[in-house]
Design a protein around this ligand. Structure first.
Ligand code: MG
Length: 251
């Protein structure tokens, strides 16, 4: 069952999303060679808690940190630690914020200094795929329209969708129905109705589509070691169209 939220509840989710977006703006300002992923994690936790929120990921199924930090060929779910960012890296950061019981989920991938041109294009295309997919969050469309839009933008640019990782409904729980794959036919899946809230999150490899999970049980790496990107918003479907609740790139 897809849980629809009232307008009032969407406002409450937007408050969580505002704290989320400000946390990401703070993190973006810290990304530089020499910074460790543990330092980013500590800064995020302090920021979220001082804003009255709870870092959603901490303890989720035993996850040991407040955010996921995934450099280079690490696609998602990287555990913060002693890794030091260096010039030419990309770093994907996924943040979850719970505020007054409502969850906001969102992610971005940033370059560390100057990156290879093809990697810069990977980031641009994956971010654009997310923005294009948000445009499909209209009452009367289907969840498959979101999926198909991500696939179309990514594959027409020559990059690879990771098919084993999907977006999801979100609300009081981080993962609600429906699942939102980043590929598939348009016009299929549940019909989108006002009040539905989705975490849309294209996960894309520069090289082939394969991934594997490391021995830590969390870290998902691209199989061929190619760079990966992950961009995510929490988005509400409203009568007036899509509303991004985690507008981290507008800060
Ligand atoms: Mg998510």
């Amino acid at each position: 069952m897809i849980i629809r939220k009232t307008e009032e509840q969407i406002e409450e989710m937007a408050a969580a999303g505002d704290l989320h977006a400000r946390c990401i703006a703070m993190l973006r300002s810290k990304i530089a060679p020499g910074v460790t992923t543990a330092e980013l994690d500590e800064a995020a936790e302090r920021f979220i808690v001082s804003g009255g929120g709870v870092p959603t990921f901490k303890g989720y199924r035993g996850f040991p940190a407040s955010i996921c930090t995934s450099p280079n060929s690490l696609v998602v779910h990287g555990i913060p630690g002693p890794y030091e960012l260096k010039e030419g890296d990309v770093i994907s950061i996924d943040v979850g914020v719970t505020l007054d019981g409502w969850i906001a989920d969102g992610a971005f991938t940033a370059p560390v200094g100057e990156v290879e041109p093809e990697t810069a294009r990977l980031l641009e295309v994956t971010h654009q795929a997310l923005r294009d997919a948000v445009g499909r969050v209209e009452p009367g469309n289907h969840v498959g329209d979101i999926s198909n839009q991500v696939q179309t933008t990514v594959e027409s640019a020559g990059f690879s969708i990771i098919k084993s990782l999907v977006g999801h409904g979100i609300g009081r729980s981080m993962h609600e129905e429906p699942q939102i794959p980043n590929y598939g036919p348009a016009g299929k899946g549940p019909e989108i109705e006002p009040g539905m809230v989705f975490a849309i999150e294209p996960m894309v490899n520069e090289g082939g589509p394969g991934v594997y999970i490391a021995d830590d049980g969390w870290s998902v790496f691209s199989e061929d070691g190619s760079m990966a990107a992950h961009f995510e918003y929490t988005v509400a479907a409203t009568e007036e169209g899509p509303r991004i609740l985690t507008p981290w790139d507008e800060e």
